[in-house]
Design a binder for this molecule. Structure first.
Ligand SMILES: [Zn+2]
Ligand SMILES: [Zn+2]
Length: 358
């Protein structure tokens, strides 16, 4: 079957090959025919080496498709079922799961060091243990979450990562309250989802901050009350909050420099929510006086910071009710053969989300 493979970390192009085989099918596993997969910024970060990932590998972790086959012992799933991929499934029994923090479960993620594919040249890994830039994947059954028939594959795919991450930051982690002031730094697919979450929560002001004009224009369509370039943030803070700072600031870039900007834009006692996925050698600095005296809450948010299956259901409910727009989050569509165009659209900031149709 076909898959897009990165041979070595640091390469900026993928090779679409037709000699790849999904491996590991057996008890407790399912085989999925991927129908749609989103290109998430984390895929680029894994390709460049910002996020750790063994190579060669198939990127992609935001996918949806149909079940082809179920292994022994799998219950609740059958061939033909429509599912989205959860790249961080909860085991239900580890200490994190027992405390109710199922999004911190690492039981499923530990298998990310096992090859998911093979080809005549040898083993191939899947990004984050999935690898959805492929026609077929084999994953643990709890990575396959059924989706209702009225949710198209492309939208289901986005709910599998970017939408859940962005909405969850606003709704689960920061718990944005009605009437509050919000700034969102970084307005790609995840940042736009955070904006939609803040709007659904009833935030009074939602300021979108992004250097790319096309993203600022998009942010306004998705609920931002204004959209500004990064160098205008100081003025906006002065004008909107009388210099005090925003009640909530979301950093959706994953860099210490933007996190520091976000910290400074947060009011005393307000919430800085870190959503972007950053590098292990990039350090965020806060001095001990401001940390104590300003009492700003620094809340990181991983994969939406809550029970992911409940978060998926909530995203579907909000989308059905017309309270969030997911169709227009997909700005570009390409076949798997066009994967390198999709990477370029993401790097240049012209795409909110590119959907790869398989
Ligand atoms: Zn667990
Ligand atoms: Zn992602």
């Amino acid at each position: 079957m076909r898959a897009a493979v990165q041979h070595e970390t640091g390469q900026d192009k993928l090779e679409v090959l037709d000699d790849v085989e999904a491996v590991g099918f057996g008890p407790g596993k399912v085989r999925i025919r991927i129908r749609a997969t989103g290109l998430c910024h984390s895929d680029l970060s894994a390709m460049s080496g910002v996020l750790p990932q063994p190579a060669p590998f198939v990127p992609g972790h935001e996918g949806a498709g149909e079940i082809l086959d179920v292994g022994d012992g799998v219950t609740g799933l059958a061939p033909g079922d429509r599912v989205l991929m959860c790249w961080l499934p909860a085991c239900g029994s580890c200490p994190s799961c027992r405390r109710g923090q199922t999004h911190l479960c690492l039981a499923g993620f530990m298998s990310a060091g096992t090859p998911n594919f093979k080809r005549p040249g040898g083993d191939v890994f899947g990004f984050a243990g999935t690898g959805t830039f492929a026609e077929e994947v084999v994953v643990a059954a709890n990575c396959a979450v059924p989706v209702p028939d009225d949710v198209p594959y492309d939208i289901a795919a986005l709910i599998g990562c970017g939408v859940t991450t962005g909405l969850g930051a606003a709704l689960n982690t920061a718990e944005v309250v009605a009437g509050s002031s919000v700034a969102v730094i970084g307005c790609g697919g995840v940042g736009i989802s955070t904006i939609q979450g803040a709007r659904a929560s009833g935030a009074a002001q939602i300021v979108a901050v992004d250097p790319v004009a096309a993203r600022r224009e998009a942010a306004l369509r998705f609920g931002a009350t204004e959209a500004i370039a990064p160098d205008e943030l100081g003025d906006a803070k002065q004008r909107i909050t009388a210099g005090e700072g925003f009640d909530y600031v979301f950093e959706v870039v994953g860099k210490s420099a933007t996190a520091r900007t976000a910290y400074e834009a947060t009011r005393r006692g307000g919430t800085l929510c870190i959503v972007g996925a950053g590098a292990m050698d990039d350090f965020f600095q806060v001095n001990m006086f401001e940390l104590f005296f300003d009492e700003k809450r620094i809340l990181p948010s991983l994969y939406g910071g809550g029970d992911v299956v409940r978060s998926y259901e909530r995203a579907i409910a909000l989308w059905r009710a017309g309270r969030i727009d997911l169709e227009n989050l997909i700005t570009h569509r390409v076949p798997l053969a066009g994967i390198n165009d999709a990477l370029e659209q993401m790097r240049t900031g012209t795409a909110l989300r590119t959907c790869i149709e398989l």
